[in-house]
Design a protein. Sequence first.
Length: 316
Amino acid sequence: MTPKSTSGVRRPRARGACVRLGMLATILLAHATNAEITLPDQPISDPAELKKFLDRQPYEIGFHAKNLGNGKELDRFGDRSVCLASTVKIFCLAELFRQKHEEDLKLSAKIKVPNHGEISLQEAAGLMIGKSDNDATNALAEFLGRKKVNAIPKALGIKTLSREVLPGPEDLQEVLDKRITGRRAARSGLPQHGTARGMVGFYELLAANKVISKEVNEDLMAFFKQHPKPFTTVHRKDYEFLGKGGSLLWTRPPKHYSMMGWALLLQAKEGEDIALCVWGEWFPEYMPTGEQMQFLKFVTDCVIDCSGSRSGAETD
């Protein structure tokens, strides 16, 4: 269970990286009208049909994807500002490796992390990316300098991510209170918010070996390979999934907000690489985390199949 504060507010947390699922002919998911929807037994490979399917859902689903071989893009609300949750922890990792190469920071240096004691920077980074540990993330961000972490997207030329892409815990709680009492679509500029297109931009740079420097890029790539994120049901053998996922659950009874998503570089075993970001917001309160993940994995597989086509059709 997600721990609650004394005010009755559940604190945001990552819900873990990956649930391994076998092939399912049908998956039944809770619908906001208390009906059930049945996912097709195969991903939808036609962008127009995918749009129709997602338009029927009661929650907000968006994505941006780019085939890095032919340059074709697939988009649904890819320029909408959404909560990016733990996907933004990659910028803390990028700043860690920047300081390693530009400031001679030793990753063997120790820091104190709540619930983990005194551990090395390397170990803290592993907890942050591998386990999505928030204590390790905040300890790293404070050690490296949160302003420096937040400066990474701008330094990379990514303009559609918040200037506070990795806010402190109290600032994030304030943001989530605004989301839970506001509109379903967030205004741009909120801390830890940004666009799917912006996140794809990071992974496009990663694929091109252009994140800060060659040395930083190589460290990032190697680290992601140590902590793969196969958010897929059918494409595990086709691609290597590199990147970060995240989710949030926030309640002020009777109000409820949930988010889940991931941003990834898919390195093809054969064929063309894909950079993508898939997100979902405002899942029903009674929709379990596992079902949210199953649904978004299905959407991801659809996006992969559509992006792998040569049509380049868009769903918006």
